[in-house]
Structure formats: structure tokens, C-alpha cells
Design a protein around this ligand. Structure first.
Ligand code: ADP
Length: 593
């Protein structure tokens, strides 16, 4: 829009082919003219404004005159060029020999659509209907019938020039606002884009770091556990090895917490709701949590109510994670006494119609009242001294609270310093929130089996391993050979595919991130050529969705790195055919004989 000064625009163009009419307009509108009928004006003002007329008052207009439409158009163009547009024009309908008033207005509006027009017409000219048909219905057009009335012309000029200025100002304001909104939107969009790419970079960094840290940890924990199993160690050496392994596992837990927390921050932590057996879930919890409590000399018990439902819809992996967090805290902050997990059904008194309540009670140090709410915040710990004494990241409860929320439940705590604490989780029996529920076989990994009897862990099998990291090659080869298997090592997916084509293997362990051909591709292609050869994905990358991707590629199982010896044995037991295991037992027997 053409910039226009804040003061009023009183420029008026008179377009008429008769000199006399120009004079008439000048007499009515020109502020310097003495020809105005001041009495009549005075009266008009008194009527309109409701006050005593002042004879001296008269608005000054800046008038320009043209005799022909063409000439008028040129004047309008010039005025626009000089950034001094006209506010209005009085246009006669008949202006021979050139364009008539209608055509003139049409052409002027093409160059200055804001110009307010008053078309001056005698009764014999165009009918009103015809004029409107040609010029369209617009609020920028008024029709003034001849002969004119001086007051009418004067008032029209006042009102219409004022309207021009007001609408110009309103439009400028609107444009100003629109451009402000546009600028702000642009700024917001840029900020959003930056945040998104920063988040993506963070996600990529985390995935890489997870991989980078897990690979050496794989070696530390893997070799550590292998050495721990050696009989030749002195008790002290064995104790040291156990400490190394435990420290490694602790470090992994901390890293997993950090990863989970970042996923929560990025809104990328999802739950997978499945129907799961209550009995199975409780047995698993018992098996998993009892040993660490008992190893500290604390009594551990699980008390279940009789009326528990047979099944509930939830994400058992995440429920387990929440309870592990609570029980680990209970163990950490309890020196003597007992830890009790009570599981009961709550059918009334809650917003959730039917829910299962898990209470984790301990007889530990307790938490002061005023610190109770804060401990659920990320990085918050009840006090610095306990932190120094007991360690921890302050993330466990923050993650637990988020997870419980995702599962549609609530978490609360009651505690008395010196007496103990009770953390309670309430989870709906029938999950009603949105979920990523599907039939992914990741549930297969859910069941915790009793501790494997390592003496029997001997298998007579041919194993193909695709792994590019030399350390991991040595580790997995040693682990498998230690249990009696013959191992063929390949450096990448392509080599593994070639080996699988050539001969039979009882099982394939397939790393995922490898050069030349990655594990997903190699798994897919092995499945095509040897559909019966089970492939187990090995990955050091703990990001969400990894197991799903492996299963989609055709992997039967998923073994996260660092490789847990027991988990490995479970997988071998599950995927090696029965005769391999029968033979394994006889091999074991012949070895012991
Ligand atoms: P971390 O245990 O890693 O410090 P959490 O988020 O799991 O982080 O716990 C936060 C804080 O809450 C702990 O540092 C501790 O002060 C307090 N806390 C949690 N559970 C218990 C418990 N069972 N008894 C006493 N204090 C607890």
C-alpha cells in the first residue's frame, strides 16, 4: 500500500465536461471561496451536529478538475505516483466526446481501487440498475442525482473523504498487524525448526552414545562373567570379578535411565499395551526382585489379594521397570527389616473404575514430609548427604511417574522418617488410553525364567555369527565355544549371507550395525533363502523400536548387548532344535563321566 501521511486526505477530483459545473463545485467545496451559501450550511450543520452554527467554519478541500475521463485517469495515476492519492471523485455520467462516467470509473478503479466515487447523473441518464450492473455493488460508489444541492455535496465530501482516511488507517493498521503476525509466525516456525533439528541431533547423539558405550560394556561384562565362571580363581579374585561385573551392570542401568529420561523429554517414550497374565507378572516380579533384597539380608515378601483379576491390559515391561525402580530404592534406603510388595484390586473410590494397586513398603530411612513431592522431579533427591551415601541419579522416580502416567495410572507415597516409606502405584485393569498396542513378538522376551543351570549349558550346534567389532567377535566366539558350539565368524551381513547360502547353521547371531550390508538387510535375505534358519538380532543400540525393526526384518529373537550370559543360554535353549539339546545333555554327561 502507498504510504500516506496521518493527516486527513481532502483531495477531490471533479470530472465533468462543463466549465460551469467545475465552478459550482468550487463554490461549494473550496475553502477559500466566498460563494458558499453560509446560511444554508450553517443550518445544515446545526441539524447534523446539534450545535449552534458558526458561520466562519468551513472545511477546506483540495480540488482538481478534469473535463474528460482520459484526462481524469492520468491525474489519478499522477497523484498515485506522487503518493498523494485522491480520496474521492465526482464523476459526471455524460462527458462527450470521450469515455462516459461509467467507463471512466471502471478504468480509474483499475489503477486506484480505493478511490471513492460519486457518480453524478440526471434522471434521463442510465438507470440505477444499469449503473450497478456495470460497476458492481460496492460501498465505494454513491449516486448523486442532478440538480445538486450544495449542502448535500458538501456533506458528501466531508463524509466520504473522512471514510477514505478512516478505512485507509484501518487497513494500514491491519496490514501492520498482519505483517507483525507474519514475522512472529516466521520467527516461531524458525524456532520450532531449530528445536526440532536440535532434538533430532540429540536423538541421534543418544543412539550413537548408547551404541558406543554398550559396545565396550559388552566386552567388560561379557568377559567378566566368563571369568567369574572359571573355577581356578581364588575367592578374592572371584570377588573382584563379581564387583567388576556388578559395577558394569550398574553403569548400564544409569545409562538406560538417562536414555529413558531423554526419550520422555523428547516425547518419544511409548508404552505397548498387551493383555498379560497377572500370575505370570507376579511370579516374574518375585523371581527378579527377591535375590537383590535377600542379598542385603532384608526380608522380601509379595502379598497378593485373593480377588485379583486373572489378566490386565498393560505394558508388562514398563510395569516391571517401575516396580524394579521402587524396589531398588527400597533396598537402597533400607538397612534392616523387610520389603513388602502388596498387590490388590481397587474397585471403588478412584477415577479409574477397576485398578490394580501395587504397594512397595519398606522399613528404611523414610523421607521428610516437605520433601515428598519434590522427589518425583527429575534429578531431585531428598538430601545431598543420602545421595553421597547411597548414590543414584535422581531420575528413577521421575521416570517411574512418567511411565505410570503413560500407563493411565497414578503414583503416590507416604513416609515417616526413620520408620519407612510406602510407594503406591495404581494401574487400570482395562487400559483405555491410546496405545501402540500391536501383536509384536517383543512379548516373547517378557518372561523371566528361573536361573539357568550353567553346568548343563553345553550345546552341540553350528553357529554363524555376523559381527564387525573385533572385541565382540572374540567375546561371542569365546562364549559360544565355551558351551561346546562350533562358531563361524563373518565380518558383515554380506559375508554372513554368503555363508548361510553355502551350508547349514543351527542358529545365526546377527549384529545390526555393520558395514557393507547391515543386519536388517542380511536377516531379510537369509530368511528368503533359508527360511528355517533362525536369526537372532544382536544390537548395542537400545533405542525404542529396535526390537520391532529386527522382528520385521524376520529375526526370531533379540539379544541386546552387552550380552547377558543367562539370556544367551535361554535363547539357545529356545531356538536350538530338541536333538541338539538332547545331544547337548549327552555331551554334558559324557564330559562329566
Ligand atoms: P535416585 O534413587 O537415583 O537418587 P530416585 O528418583 O529414584 O533417584 O529417588 C529420588 C530420591 O527420593 C532419592 O534420592 C531418595 O532421597 C528418595 N527416595 C526414593 N525412594 C526412597 C525410599 N524407599 N526410602 C527413602 N528415600 C527414598
Amino acid at each position: 500500500m502507498i504510504p500516506f501521511p496521518q493527516e486527513k486526505n481532502r483531495r477531490i477530483l471533479i470530472l465533468d465536461d462543463t466549465e460551469m459545473i467545475h465552478k459550482d463545485f468550487r463554490s461549494v467545496l473550496d475553502g477559500n471561496s466566498r460563494l458558499l451559501d453560509t446560511d444554508a450550511l450553517d443550518q445544515a450543520e446545526a441539524v447534523i451536529l446539534g450545535r449552534t452554527p458558526t458561520v466562519e467554519y468551513k472545511e477546506a478541500f483540495e480540488l482538481d478538475f478534469a473535463f474528460q475521463g482520459q484526462e481524469g485517469l492520468e491525474m489519478v495515476q499522477r497523484a498515485l505516483k506522487e503518493h498523494r492519492p485522491y480520496a474521492m471523485a465526482f464523476v459526471d455520467v455524460r462527458m462527450p466526446p470521450g469515455w462516459d462516467g461509467i467507463e471512466t470509473i471502471q478504468r480509474i478503479w483499475q489503477v486506484d481501487p480505493e478511490l471513492q466515487m460519486v457518480i453524478c447523473t440526471a434522471y434521463s441518464d442510465y438507470s440505477l440498475k444499469e449503473i450497478l450492473k456495470k460497476l458492481g455493488k460496492t460501498e465505494k460508489l454513491l449516486i448523486l442525482k442532478k440538480p445538486f444541492d450544495a449542502i448535500e455535496v458538501y456533506q458528501l465530501a466531508i463524509a466520504i473523504t473522512e471514510k477514505w482516511s478512516l478505512s485507509r488507517r484501518a487497513r494500514m493498521k491491519q496490514e501492520e498487524l498482519e505483517s507483525l503476525v507474519e514475522k512472529q509466525t516466521l520467527r516461531l516456525r524458525q524456532a520450532l525448526e531449530e528445536a526440532r533439528s536440535a532434538n533430532e541431533a540429540k536423538g541421534r547423539f543418544l543412539a550413537n552414545m548408547s551404541h558406543e558405550i554398550r559396545t565396550p560394556m559388552n566386552a567388560i561384562i561379557g568377559f567378566g562373567e566368563m571369568l567369574s565362571a572359571e573355577a581356578e580363581f581364588t575367592p578374592t579374585q572371584k570377588q573382584y570379578m563379581d564387583i567388576i561385573c556388578m559395577a558394569g551392570k550398574n553403569l548400564l542401568t544409569i545409562m538406560d535411565d538417562l536414555l529413558d529420561f531423554s526419550r520422555i523429554e523428547a516425547g518419544k517414550l511409548h508404552v505397548k499395551i498387551v493383555e498379560c497374565s497377572m500370575r505370570e507378572m507376579i511370579e516374574n516380579l518375585n523371581l527378579l526382585l527377591r535375590p537383590s533384597a535377600q542379598s542385603k539380608g532384608i526380608t522380601f515378601e509379595v502379598i497378593t489379594a485373593d480377588n485379583l483379576p486373572a489378566a490386565m491390559q498393560t505394558d508388562p515391561i514398563r510395569v516391571r521397570q517401575c516396580l524394579i525402580n521402587l524396589v531398588n530404592n527400597a533396598i537402597k534406603f533400607t538397612e534392616t527389616g523387610r520389603i513388602t510388595i502388596k498387590i490388590s484390586l481397587v474397585e471403588d473410590d478412584t477415577e479409574i473404575p477397576r485398578s490394580v494397586r501395587f504397594d512397595v513398603e519398606d522399613t528404611g530411612i523414610g523421607i521428610e514430609q516437605e520433601k515428598l513431592e519434590r522427589i518425583f522431579e527429575a534429578f531431585a533427591q531428598a538430601d545431598a548427604e543420602t545421595t553421597r551415601k547411597f548414590g543414584g541419579t535422581g531420575l528413577g522416580l521421575a521416570i517411574t511417574r512418567q511411565l505410570v502416567g503413560l500407563l493411565g495410572g497414578t503414583i503416590s507415597v507416604t513416609s515417616r522418617p526413620g520408620e519407612g516409606s510406602t510407594f503406591s502405584i495404581l494401574l487400570p485393569v482395562d487400559f483405555e488410553g491410546t496405545s501402540q498396542a500391536d501383536s509384536s513378538p517383543s512379548r516373547v522376551e517378557l518372561t523371566e525364567y528361573p536361573k539357568e543351570n550353567e553346568a548343563n549349558s553345553v550345546f552341540d550346534a553350528d553357529i554363524l555369527v555376523a559381527e564387525d567389532s573385533p572385541t565382540n567377535q572374540v567375546l561371542i566366539k569365546a562364549l559360544l565355544e565355551h558351551m561346546g558350539m562350533r562358531v563361524t565368524l563373518t565380518q558383515n551381513g554380506q559375508e554372513a549371507l554368503a555363508a548361510a547360502r553355502d551350508r547349514h547353521f543351527d542358529l545365526v547371531f546377527m549384529d545390526i550395525q555393520m558395514p557393507v550390508m547391515n543386519g536388517y538387510e542380511a536377516t531379510r535375505r537369509i530368511r528368503d533363502v533359508k527360511p528355517d534358519m533362525p536369526v537372532i538380532a544382536l544390537t548395542a543400540n537400545a533405542m525404542v523400536g529396535d526390537p520391532e525393526k529386527c522382528y520385521q526384518a524376520g529375526a526370531r529373537g533379540f539379544l541386546p548387548k552387552p550380552i547377558d550370559r543367562e539370556q544367551l543360554i535361554r535363547i539357545l535353549r529356545k531356538y536350538l532344535s530338541a536333538d541338539r539339546q538332547r545331544q547337548a545333555n549327552s555331551v554334558a554327561q559324557s564330559v562329566s563321566e
